[in-house]
Design a protein around this ligand. Structure first.
Ligand code: FNR
Length: 188
């Protein structure tokens, strides 16, 4: 069988390096993984006032997460933490209380920065949030990507063999992780 991965790109930038990274990851992933983006840019700011009646964009997000086998977060680090737009999307998906969309869902985090620590601090912040949301995170390998336009082409092709092999291994490990989790905790 194949598996569907819903992926979040944590950036709203039209020139996002994390979107480029997401293209590279999709291209290098095992053939039995299919990918669907979980868009975050059209969501209003979450308020508990919406809990009784979620707007269509937020319903669509929760339904999309319910329809995938696993989630992948490809996100920049903003001020040593998570971009607000991504946190907003996670907050929407985690609510209303008792209907947390991430409960037991296989998950992985990765991100790219032009800076040398490659979103390491932001990923720790994201991991803390996903822990509370009870996602089943892949804890190893970790992937902190220092982005260079010499390595990543806009279409997601990777010009450096070592980087491509690292990302291929990361996606194979994510594949194996999600299959293991789904064996114990089937979705739906
Ligand atoms: C950044 N950037 C950044 N980089 C980093 O390594 N650590 C950080 O804490 C931050 N903080 C930060 C805050 C804000 C508000 C912005 C706009 C940027 C730089 C960031 O890595 C760079 O802009 C990337 O290009 C962002 O990823 P996307 O949007 O291109 O995917």
């Amino acid at each position: 069988r194949s598996y569907t991965v819903g992926y979040f790109v944590g950036s709203l930038s039209s020139t996002s390096i994390n979107r480029v990274l997401s293209r590279a990851l999709i291209a290098l992933a095992p053939a039995d993984l299919e990918f669907v983006e979980l868009p975050i840019g059209n969501l209003p700011l979450y308020s508990p006032d919406y809990d009784a009646d979620y707007p269509p964009e937020a319903r669509a997000l929760k339904e999309a997460i319910a329809g995938v086998d696993a989630v992948l977060f490809v996100s920049p680090e903003y001020n040593r933490s998570i971009p607000g737009a991504l946190k907003n999307a996670i907050d929407w998906a985690s609510r209303p209380w008792g209907q947390n969309s991430f409960d037991h869902v296989p998950a992985a985090v990765i991100g790219a920065s032009v800076g040398a620590i490659g979103t390491a601090v932001g990923q720790q912040s994201l991991r803390a949030v996903l822990s509370f949301c009870n996602a089943r995170q892949m804890t190893s390998p970790e992937a902190y990507i220092q982005y260079s336009p010499d390595v990543f082409a806009p279409d997601g092709s990777v010009g450096d063999d070592e980087t491509a092999e690292f990302l291929r291994t990361y996606m194979q490990e994510f594949h194996d992780h999600l299959v293991r989790v789904l064996t114990v905790l089937p979705r739906g």
